[in-house]
Ligand binder design. Structure first.
Ligand code: NAP
Length: 268
């Protein structure tokens, strides 16, 4: 039996176990997905223990995504983003990936939204903002990062080729943009009456990905839909980071529909 898992603290409400187990069931795999909640300073020990125990792959979430970077061999994307959310133990040494980046790119692709040559605005410069900015720039977009703390936007933009940065007042650029990603926690339960982007900036030629997935239908997405924009909810990003992790661990095409059904059932 192959064992996969999630390293985080806390991990109690994670939807990764039902999403991955749905994939094992759909493909008839003899595999399990379990959660691990070590002490906050124990990331490296946990990775070493997982390798010793023969665990095939780990997802990594808050607060370990940066700490695990030093405990594995990160690929180029994870190194540039500065965070690992997936560890693959099936090779000679543990390899680290950041599949949140692929999650953003594949969420747009799944909705037939082109990224190459487009103008993109990412609001937020934390973990999700970093993943979104690298995903969009690597796929050929011009990226502007808008963040409440301007210095954080500037620091991220300095790492991303061609990116610019500003405060939340620079969100006016959304009016001329093709793509918008909300990578702040604004709009998340229990503050789901809030939105990070004034509705006046939204328009019909925009595609909007909201990283927030609780609630699924955020105020930003409903205002974007009302403006005629293409909307992509945060569950798609969550789904495709898991799909990408599954495919890296197993070398098989993920059963996307089964994983999506399990994820959305858990989000209701
Ligand atoms: P984080 O690292 O803590 O970053 C939080 C970001 O939100 C920062 O840019 C912060 O700005 C901004 N922010 C917080 N409160 C704000 C406010 N009142 N007004 C304006 N900006 C505010 O968090 P994260 O890990 O990036 O997560 C951000 C969101 O993405 C969360 O809702 C999380 O659940 C979601 N997420 C979704 C996925 C997915 O797969 N769908 C993956 C990862 C994260 P400052 O820098 O000024 O503090």
């Amino acid at each position: 039996m192959d064992v996969f898992g999630l390293l985080g603290n806390p991990v109690g409400h994670s939807l990764s176990p039902p999403m991955h187990e749905a994939a094992y069931t759909a493909l008839g795999m003899d595999a399990r997905y379990v959660t691990f909640e070590p002490d906050r300073d124990a990331a490296a020990d946990a990775v070493a223990a997982a390798e010793t125990l023969g665990i095939a792959g780990l997802n990594v979430t808050i607060p370990f995504k940066q700490d695990v970077l030093d405990a594995v061999e990160p690929d180029d994307v994870a190194r540039r983003v500065g965070a690992v959310n997936t560890v693959d133990f099936t090779g000679e040494t543990p390899r680290g990936y950041n599949t949140d980046v692929a999650g953003v790119e594949r969420a747009f692709a799944h909705h037939d939204v082109a990224i190459d040559g487009r103008e993109a605005v990412v609001v937020g410069a934390g973990g999700a903002g970093r993943a979104a900015a690298f995903a969009l720039a690597d796929a050929g977009a011009s990226v502007h990062v808008a963040n409440r703390t301007v210095e954080r936007a500037e620091s991220l933009a300095a790492d991303v080729p061609g990116a610019t940065a500003g405060g939340l007042d620079s969100l006016a650029r959304v009016a001329d943009a093709d793509l918008l990603v909300n990578a702040t926690s604004v709009g998340m339960e229990p503050d789901d009456g809030e939105t990070p982007v004034p509705a006046a900036h939204l328009h019909a030629d925009l595609a909007v990905l909201d990283a927030v997935y609780a609630p699924i239908e955020t105020r930003l997405l409903s205002e974007a839909a009302a403006a005629g924009a293409t909307t992509i909810d945060g569950a798609w990003m969550l789904l495709f980071q898991g799909v990408e992790a599954f495919e890296r661990w197993t070398g098989r095409d993920a059963p996307i529909e089964a994983m999506n059904d399990a994820l959305r059932a858990g989000l209701q």
